[in-house]
Design a protein around this ligand. Structure first.
Ligand code: CS2
Length: 483
């Protein structure tokens, strides 16, 4: 079977939407770090819309490490299929990605793209760990990648390092800075990225560049949302059947897609708005609500669901006790932590999220959501918990996902299986030493300063709640879910 590419695009059946613009003539406007599944499901689709409307938004995707995306997309001229998995499914070929680079293989080209005056935006989905931050939100100067960037001999290795180097090149060349648009699931993502880049430049001792970045570079915060299960053989096969062409790495998501961006995009704002992006001055409230409600509930379903033997989000939602627990946690515990915000209807968002989780056309594996728990739980559950403790609200339900995460770590450690997490070694070591005794198992977990904010770790009420939930999940999970 022939491979999807510019040359074979004409073979795509008419039922599948293809780029309705001249790809060869489209101009590069965006460099994106982390062209993984989420980017290709979300921002690349929005940029495809903006290209369709005639804007200069072709994307150069830069993978910080792995060459997998380049290997899949280069022979396809950047083209891939995006499947919307709903009762009435839709398939579309996305054409916005014009080039994919793997940074360590082509550092000069990456730098040239970052310095290109036509590039106005540098977007990113490098996941929580790609920012190299300490729990307090400072750049982690002990992080191996940051240490290498500070030594400064070769090209950058960290994502903040690339941004700093790209901005330095623009300043040196008299080119206006790009807008740095973080699209990762972390609260105040723009502010965090700005801090990481500035602290790196300061640690290098380049005060002039730091002052220029402080004065000239915009780091708008954003909220991104669309459920994007990893690509599996079922999807590859479906796409092959429907296209009649081979696509090495098709992408799938639900139809729902949302991008809220802080209104600091300058001349590109109108193109974003026309493509359906919400521009607002208060992204933080949207981001917080999404992280705590959707992502908090997702992580809860993942860890508790895996403990109960479920495999996918839809299956976990079919378990009435678990679905009821998650709904109560959102309505009673998490909603209480969200300030009223114009344009944000918390009750409606919760109802919508619960429906999205039940989408029968999507097989979203709990094991995928369980990745990187040490970096996800702080934003998703522990900030809410810290506020609940400070304001005297109950924390017994919020302790359940944390206890279930402990069970996840323990079960994987015992089975001798790997876990995907930047702290995997520490966690597996802890897991191997867990005996099932709640007090003995909980204490070293709460001592993980990179995960638990001090006010949560030291709180006796939370510790008791965690011990109780941990014991219940061992002997009688239904008791934990009855909370
Ligand atoms: C999920 C998210 O994998 C995960 O951790 O919770 O990727 C989630 O599907 C998206 O944030 C939805 O917008």
């Amino acid at each position: 079977m022939r491979r999807l590419s510019n040359e074979t695009l004409y073979l795509v059946p008419a039922s599948v939407e293809t780029p309705a613009y001249d790809r060869a003539a489209s101009k590069l406007g965006v460099v994106h770090f982390g062209p993984g599944a989420f980017h290709r499901a979300h921002q690349a689709w929005y940029f495809d819309e903006m290209l369709k409307a005639g804007g200069d938004f072709a994307v150069c995707g830069v993978a910080v490490r792995s060459a997998d995306v380049e290997a899949a997309l280069r022979p396809q001229d950047g083209l891939y299929a995006l499947a919307e998995r709903e009762a009435e499914p839709r398939l579309r070929i996305i054409g916005s990605i014009r080039e994919v680079l793997t940074a360590p293989r082509a550092p000069e080209t990456v730098l040239a793209r970052l310095a290109d005056p036509g590039v106005r935006l540098v977007t990113s989905t490098v996941t929580e760990k790609g920012y190299c931050l300490t729990p307090a939100g400072d750049l982690d100067l002990g992080h191996p990648d940051i240490r290498r960037d500070l030594e400064g001999a070769g090209p950058p290795v960290s994502f903040p390092g690339w941004l700093a180097t790209g901005l330095a090149a623009r300043r040196a060349g008299g080119v206006a800075p790009f807008v740095a648009l973080s699209c990762d699931n972390l609260s105040d993502n723009g502010k965090r990225l700005r801090r990481a880049v500035l602290q790196l430049v300061e640690a290098k001792g380049d005060r002039d560049l730091a002052a220029w970045i402080e004065g000239e570079v915009r780091f708008p915060s954003t909220m991104v949302d669309s459920i994007t299960p990893a690509t599996d053989d079922e999807l590859r096969e479906k796409v092959r059947r429907e296209l009649g062409l081979e696509d090495a790495w098709p992408i799938q998501r639900e139809r729902f897609v949302q991008w809220v961006v802080e209104d600091a995009l300058g001349a590109d704002a109108d193109a974003f708005a026309a493509a359906g992006v919400t521009l607002t001055h208060d992204v933080a409230a949207f981001e917080k609500a999404k992280l705590r409600l959707l992502n908090g509930a997702h992580s809860t379903l993942a860890y508790v669901g895996l403990r109960l033997g479920h495999e996918t989000v839809a299956q976990a939602m079919g378990d009435d006790a678990l679905a009821g627990f998650v709904a109560r946690m959102m309505r009673e515990d998490i909603a209480a932590s969200l300030p009223p915000t114009p344009g944000l209807d918390t009750a409606a968002s919760i109802a919508a999220v619960l429906i999205r989780f039940r989408n029968p056309a999507i097989a979203h594996r709990l094991a995928q959501i369980a990745w990187d728990g040490s970096h996800k739980l702080p934003f998703r559950i522990l900030e809410t918990t810290a506020e609940a403790l400070a304001e005297g609200r109950p924390v017994s339900r919020l302790a359940v996902p944390v206890a279930a995460w402990m069970h996840f770590v323990r079960a994987r450690a015992r089975a001798g299986e790997a876990i995907t997490d930047p702290m995997a070694d520490t966690l597996l070591d802890l897991g191997r030493r867990m005996t099932g005794d709640p007090a003995a198992d909980v204490a070293p977990v709460l001592a993980l300063a990179a995960v638990f904010p001090p006010a949560v770790a030291a709180n006796a009420r939370f510790r008791r709640a965690l011990e109780t939930a941990y014991a219940q999940l061992d002997t009688d999970p239904s008791a934990a879910l009855a909370a």
